[in-house]
Design a protein around this ligand. Structure first.
Ligand SMILES: NC(=O)c1ccc[n+]([C@@H]2O[C@H](COP(=O)([O-])OP(=O)(O)OC[C@H]3O[C@@H](n4cnc5c(N)ncnc54)[C@H](OP(=O)(O)O)[C@@H]3O)[C@@H](O)[C@H]2O)c1
Length: 242
């Protein structure tokens, strides 16, 4: 059975990805930062449906914490390796740039972009050794189009898409694919407080997406059927932007 690490899987899109991957037979490692109760809920949903999963709590925005947690996992699973990595954990902290504090910019870039580097680099060697790996980065429409009030978030997600394309070229010969998924508005805690009624008027499909509609694209990208797709960024946005 293959192991899949999903970061930020206690809630929202990450939870939906974790549940779907477990349904399809992956042993899922549920990462999260602080919400023990919601992480436990993701774990229970998976195990109640006959799937296998475990919790791995660490802060993806801290390079040392990532290293300690992942190396500990690797040491306790000497005969196993993580073949699927979904870099999903992310935050937003919106503000017009003229009013934005340095910490808000740095924190968002650390959580959304540097985390990709901190974690992925630790898993690549084993994927290379096994000539097998799937890396999926959850980006955003904001990283492609730009959104006012999100210079920090857009920069982090745009950087993530560019890094996806570069890493895809580095790893293609090793049978490891690296792709991104760029959701539009998806109904999770992250969009709480946004005015859905007015925003959905801009969306051709006239609704926000559901976390499961992002998860199904991730499932496809990690499947055998997607073995010739790498360096791509797939939009899941109801036609809002392409
Ligand atoms: N929702 C949207 O409309 C939308 C649109 C485009 C892109 N996205 C992207 O999709 C991804 C998931 O978003 P979401 O809407 O599902 O967010 P969410 O509902 O706010 O959930 C965020 C998840 O990430 C975890 N997390 C945050 N910071 C972390 C850290 N430093 N270390 C470990 N885990 C951390 C949270 O853990 P805790 O529960 O412990 O806090 C939680 O599980 C993000 O990358 C986001 O940028 C979302």
């Amino acid at each position: 059975m293959e192991y899949a690490l999903v970061t930020g899987a206690s809630r929202g899109i990450g939870r939906a990805i974790a549940i779907l991957l477990a349904q399809k037979g992956f042993k899922v490692i549920i990462n999260y930062r602080s919400n023990d109760q919601e992480a436990q809920k993701t774990l229970s949903i998976i195990t109640q449906n006959g799937g296998e999963a475990e919790l791995l709590k660490f802060d993806v925005a801290d390079s040392n914490t990532c290293k300690v947690a992942i190396e500990k996992w690797q040491q306790s699973h000497p005969d196993e390796y993580i073949s699927v990595l979904v870099n999903n954990a992310g935050i937003r902290s919106d503000e017009l740039m003229a009013l934005m504090e340095v910490d808000d910019f740095e924190r968002v870039v650390k959580n959304n972009l540097l985390s990709f580097f901190y974690i992925t680099r630790l898993l690549i060697p084993q994927m290379v050794r096994h000539r097998n790996g799937r890396i999926v980065n959850i980006a955003s429409l904001s990283g492609l189009k730009g959104v006012a009030g999100q210079t920090n978030y857009a920069a982090s997600k745009g950087g993530l898409i560019a890094a996806t394309k570069s890493l895809a070229q580095e790893l293609a010969k090793k049978k490891i694919t690296v792709n991104a998924v760029a959701p539009g508005f998806v109904r999770t805690d992250m969009v709480e407080g946004l005015d859905e009624t007015s925003l959905k008027q801009m969306i051709p499909m006239a609704r926000f997406g559901e976390p499961e509609e992002v998860a199904s694209v991730v499932l496809f990208l990690v499947s055998k059927e997607a073995s010739y797709i790498t360096g791509e960024c797939i939009n899941v946005n109801g036609g809002l932007y392409s």
